[in-house]
Write a protein that binds this ligand. Structure first.
Ligand code: BGC
Length: 911
């Protein structure tokens, strides 16, 4: 009865009717939801308002943070009611948090009518081990004497185990874990590590990441078994030429705790563990694949009462190195996100079967097929097929990239790799039971990548444009495996900084890569030289002193700025502005009269066609653009980004200094590289020689107009096609549009002629290729030595699809989509009838879509709560009708702008 009355009252009461929904999707720092093993003793807090009304916004909030590690949760920080619109990255203002601390927090807010929401649900997080001194164990590994240096390939996987007794199962238990190499871990036979490639790739001489797992439910009374497998991975594998070490090592700490989190017992890696290398994985290596001999399986080795314990020998133990910090991983590891099934198969006369997954992907291959005991099944793969339907593998170069499996029984066997990954679309199987007829369900592809949420979508009426978007997303999936790589398949798979910086903007549309990039930036900072020099590859492993190429090392200022612009997280700049400055300082020290050179640069890497001034073939792929133009433009760009960052951080005088520096470099660029007619007079007048100074706003007024006109002429002489490499192509379309060269932008983007994005699509691309013609139907494969079919750099164009075709972009004034810029191109000459994009921002989902009808452009816009929109339409006001929501446009020079609050809108623009 009381309940009914209460319900009636609730329904009836006018004030509660208008109560805003409590905030939801609470996250800490870089959008992390309820993390375990968190890294930051001073977190920041974000939440989303769930209010679809127009004008929904926050006017005040209250946030409460409590320590849940005692019987009586203790308030660590109560913000009280704070009159503020801020709902993202609110800094914690309580006492510093410490290792293992368990924290709960919740928030409520007051809306635009000063109505107060209910409290949100509690969100939780728990800190990992923040200090090396928290670790009580030692690194354990093969004794030096027993260690046989691996041959060309890799070490066998090491199995390590320890048994221990528990009298009473604890209420709570945590496993803190890391490895030099890659680890997977089981307790009493159950897998603890859902992520692959733990801990991840950092500069292991400075930092090794650690992860935390809740393992309470896996423990039992009596005997328990801790069982780890470790392999070379990036640490001791051929990929780093064993630069960091010769063999893998394990560090683990199991803590049995009371419900309040008090540590009752600690079990660590030490000499009480035992190990064997005589297990089924006889070789594992990132480049070379895996060899698995099922006859050597150690049945029950990870369970109590194991009968084969005598196989396991003593381990060696090494103390922790105080110079190497053990830090909780800032983002999630990699995981199988999707499984691809073959769409077709072909059996060859020799019995080999080749399967086609229909999509170039990165990850593992699962088999489930009939086999003969002792008869090796070989799993090979390729990104492409030769004309005769066999695998094209020349482009893997020296990466062996295959898996061998030796069955222990006759009959159906199942196997998936663990300590390697492959880049492929086709799978070849040989060595199966020849009496069986191959079937499509024998194999599947397990798609692996860093476990971050998909945040963006793009769709349009243009089939190839949609395919381009899909190819970019697949390129991101395949190359965001713990670090951003150039390619995922050949004997490379390195964190090339140039590729990473050009792709960083679009990566932040497709997935929530905020934490991923923070971690990578930390790696860049750790490896930066004292003078601001940056290795081409991060982590640099054996290439420590291969440094400084314009456009590559500049990842040190480009990525922090892009990350800040697209997330609004000021901590990005607080943490990395010093690194940005150091990189600019590197150039300043080199500059003469405002000009710098990096003659040993990669240049505008892979410019497709020669202007005849220099060979751009196999011997030199750096293109014809002057390295002085490239380096000086990046120098200026760095200065302008430092000025913007200083402004965001409130550092006025530094902002002014960098603006002045930028202006003076711009003047040098205008004076030394251009004549008064706006023609490039430095080196070859390539497209990129025009594009970069224009893209980075180094030319002004008349000179800029003339240079843009000359760029247009250059393009027309190039048959209205692009002829830029990695650096120019990343910004060509955006730059043409910015300088009113829309026709050229359209021609270059929508053509199917070589070289172009659609050209590769017509040749069958399902990802972005390293070269536009890595394969052509007419001439077959390009030069094997540089022929990746999954190379995301040219995918940088994707941000143009979101920002200008669909029309969702951030603004530097209110970054992180506090203001959503909605400025789609809406041009009759574009071959599109509709386009739409959506993006999950920290405020909620923003979206924009438009459709062309006979009479009008119809546009639907959603601005998330507590954000605002800036809608810019290239039409006079009288053509625009607002059919949903309230928006007032004002017109300047035929362009109409409306500033709108959160909400859903519809517009009709007469054609
Ligand atoms: C990589 C690139 C990289 C380049 C440097 C290549 O081998 O695959 O993507 O940026 O070297 O020029």
């Amino acid at each position: 009865m009381r309940l009914i009355l209460l319900t009636l009252f609730t329904l009836w009461s006018p004030s509660t009717l208008a109560t805003p929904e409590p905030p939801a999707e609470l996250s800490v720092n870089e959008g992390r939801i309820n993390p375990l093993g968190f890294h930051d003793p001073k977190p920041s807090f974000s939440w989303k308002l769930k209010d679809p009304r127009q004008g929904a916004r926050q006017t005040a909030y209250q946030l409460v943070v409590t320590d849940t590690g005692s019987e009586h949760p203790e308030t660590l920080w109560d913000s009280g009611k704070v009159e503020s619109a801020r709902s993202v990255y609110v800094p914690y203002d309580g006492p510093d948090l410490s290792s293992r601390q368990r924290v709960a927090w919740r928030v409520r807010y007051w809306d635009q009518d000063s109505k107060e929401s209910d409290w949100s649900d509690w969100a939780h997080f728990e800190l990992g081990l923040l200090e090396n001194s928290d670790w009580k164990g030692q690194w354990i590994h093969l004794p030096k004497e027993g260690f046989k240096a691996p041959g060309e390939m890799g070490n066998p996987v090491v199995h390590l185990r320890k048994t221990f007794e528990i009298e009473q199962v604890p209420e709570m238990a945590r496993l803190y874990l890391t490895a030099k190499g890659i680890v997977d871990f089981r307790i009493n036979g159950q897998l603890v590590t859902p992520h692959a490639f733990i801990p991840g790739w950092t500069d292991y001489t400075q930092k090794i990441e650690t992860v935390t797992y809740d393992v309470g439910p896996l423990l039992r009374q009596g005997e328990n078994v801790l069982a780890a497998r470790i392999s070379d991975g990036w640490f001791a594998g051929t990929i780093s030429k064993r630069f960091y070490g010769q063999m893998p090592e394990l560090l683990a700490q199991l803590e049995l705790k009371s419900p309040e989190g008090k540590v009752l017992e600690t079990i660590v890696t030490d000499q009480s563990w035992s190990l064997t290398t005589d297990g089924p994985i006889t070789m594992a290596d990132i480049w070379h694949g895996e060899d698995y001999d099922a006859r050597k399986e150690l049945d029950g080795w990870d369970l109590p009462d194991y009968q084969g314990a005598e196989k396991f020998k003593a381990v060696a133990a090494t103390p922790l190195d105080p110079k190497v910090s053990l830090s909780p991983k800032r983002f999630q590891g990699s995981r199988v996100i999707e499984t691809l099934k073959p769409i077709s198969m072909r059996k060859f006369e020799d019995g080999k079967v080749v399967y086609d997954l229909g999509q170039n992907m990165v990850g593992w291959i699962s088999i489930k097929l009939p086999a003969r005991k002792g008869q090796t099944i070989t799993i090979r793969m390729a990104e492409m097929l030769e004309e005769d339907g066999t695998l094209y593998r020349g482009n893997y170069r020296t990466a062996r990239s295959l898996a061998n499996y030796i069955p222990a029984v006759d009959g159906i066997v199942e196997y998936t790799q663990t300590f390697t990954f492959f880049g492929f679309q086709y799978i070849e199987i040989s060595g199966y039971d020849a009496t069986a007829e191959p079937s499509l369900d024998w194999v599947s592809g397990q798609v692996l990548h860093t476990d971050f949420p998909l945040t963006g979508t793009f769709d349009s009426s243009h089939t190839k444009l949609n395919k381009l978007q899909s190819n970019i997303v697949w390129g991101q999936r395949g190359n965001f495996l713990d670090i951003p790589t150039d390619c995922p398949q050949r004997n490379e798979r390195y964190g090339w900084t140039g590729d990473a910086q050009v792709f960083s903007p679009v990566s932040l549309f497709n997935y929530d890569t905020h934490a991923f990039w923070m971690s990578y930036l930390e790696s860049i900072r750790q490896e930066m030289k004292p003078d601001g020099g940056v290795p081409h590859i991060i982590p640099s492993n054996q290439y420590r002193n291969w440094i400084n190429s314009a456009g590559w090392g500049d990842a040190a200022f480009v990525i922090p700025w892009e990350l800040y612009l697209r997330t609004g997280d000021l901590d990005v700049l607080r943490e990395f502005y010093p690194m940005m400055k150091k990189r600019v300082g590197y150039y300043t020290a080199k500059a003469k009269d405002g000009i710098v050179d990096e003659p040993n640069s990669f240049g505008d890497w892979l410019q497709p066609k020669s202007y005849g001034t220099k060979s751009i073939g196999k011997d030199d792929r750096s293109g014809e653009t002057s390295t002085r133009i490239l380096a000086t433009c990046y120098y200026a760009y760095g200065a302008s980004l430092c000025a913007k960052a200083a402004d965001a951080l409130g550092l006025e005088s530094e902002e002014e200094d960098y603006r002045e520096l930028f202006d003076s470099i711009s003047k040098s660029v205008s004076a030394k590289f251009f004549n008064p007619e706006g023609e490039v007079i430095e080196g070859t007048a390539t497209q990129t020689a025009y594009i970069l100074p224009l893209a980075f706003d180094l030319l002004h007024g008349d000179l800029a107009r003339k240079a843009a006109r000359n760029l247009a002429e250059r393009i027309s002489k190039d048959d209205n096609l692009l002829n830029s490499g990695f650096i120019g192509t990343a910004v060509i379309i955006q730059t043409l549009e910015k300088y009113g060269l829309r026709q050229q932008a359209r021609d270059i983007l929508f053509t199917s002629e070589y070289p172009s994005w659609f050209y590769s699509i017509d040749q069958g691309a399902t990802t972005i290729w390293e070269r536009w013609n890595s394969y052509t139907k007419k001439d077959g494969f390009g030069d094997d030595s540089m022929n990746s079919f999954n190379h995301y750099a040219y995918g940088a164009v994707g941000s143009f699809l979101y920002e200008r075709i669909a029309g969702i972009a951030p603004t530097a004034e209110k970054p992180g989509y506090a203001e959503v810029l909605v400025a789609p191109i809406l041009d009759e000459s574009f071959p599109l009838d509709h386009a739409e994009a959506s993006l999950d921002t920290r405020y909620g989902k923003a979206s924009n879509g438009w459709k062309k009808t006979d009479a009008a452009w119809q546009m639907t816009t959603v601005i998330p709560p507590n954000a605002s929109g800036r809608i810019v339409l290239p039409f006079p006001v009288e053509k625009i009708t607002v059919t949903k929501g309230e928006a007032r446009f004002s017109e300047v020079n035929g362009e109409s702008t409306a500033l709108v609050p959160a909400g859903s809108y519809q517009f009709e623009i007469s054609r």
